[in-house]
Design a binder for this molecule. Structure first.
Ligand SMILES: [Zn+2]
Length: 246
């Protein structure tokens, strides 16, 4: 729709451009008019208003760049706001340029159903849309208990699920060893001795530690870790589901 608008705005003396200018003049009376819909989109992305563009249409190249930049800024801001609201999302690394550079969650997935399923599951986990017991409690305004149904010993939040629940310990141990072995220095070195919060961060999104605890690793190593973390999370989820349906 925006590219159609730009094309028309560049057609000097064309009847289509005159119609748009006319629509603009009669203004807000026709909320569903083409120009009003364009106005809403441009406004949403903090781009110049339709009048400015019609009077002074940018070149196609300049327009493409403007659009790309505006959309990236828009989504970065949305993510930053989301992070303040949601608690699990604090583990997610915010991408400066999400449309051009996909998150490691997607880089780790090959183009097959199995990988994509795991990546989708991981996205749910990191965005806080996976239904843990505390999530259910929150949505039901505490009509439903937040206590873990597997061990019944503590509230089931993301940390309990991934690190603490003893009912999932057998799966966790095996997967955790594989995962943490990837984070060690190549060619030996001390076995990584991470804090609990760091382990949780490695599982959720290790790229957030790329400038601190994991600064010795390369971009590809981080993708490998992400891949293993997806196996980890998915195996934990399968075990959890199996225990719940028993
Ligand atoms: Zn538990």
């Amino acid at each position: 729709m925006l590219s159609l608008f730009l094309t028309i705005s560049r057609l000097d003396n064309a009847i289509e451009k005159k119609i748009l200018q006319w629509e603009l003049e009669i203004g807000k009376d026709f909320t569903e008019s083409f120009i009003n819909r364009i106005d809403k989109i441009l406004n949403k992305y903090s781009l110049p208003n339709p009048k400015e563009i019609l009077e002074n249409p940018p070149s196609k190249y300049k327009w493409k760049n403007m659009l790309k930049k505006a959309i990236n800024i828009y989504w970065s801001n949305i993510w930053k706001e989301e992070c303040l609201i949601k608690t699990t999302i604090k583990y997610l690394t915010i991408q400066e340029n999400p449309t051009e550079n996909p998150h490691n969650i997607w880089k780790a997935a090959r183009n097959n159903q199995n990988d994509i399923r795991k990546a989708e599951f991981k996205s749910r986990l990191i965005t806080g849309t996976y239904m843990l017991q505390t999530t259910k409690a929150k949505f039901s305004k505490n009509q439903i208990s937040g206590i873990c149904e597997l061990c019944t010993k503590a509230e089931e939040d993301i940390k309990h699920f991934l690190l603490d629940c003893e009912s999932l310990e057998s799966v966790r141990l095996k997967q955790m060893n594989k995962l943490l072995s990837l984070t060690e220095l190549k060619g030996g070195g001390d076995k990584a001795n991470y804090k609990e919060e760091d382990v949780l961060q490695i599982i959720m999104d290790c790229s957030k530690l790329s400038t601190t605890s994991l600064s010795h690793l390369k971009a590809n190593d981080l993708i490998e870790i992400e891949k293993q973390s997806q196996n980890f999370c998915h195996k934990m989820h399968k075990k959890r589901t199996k225990m719940q349906t028993r």
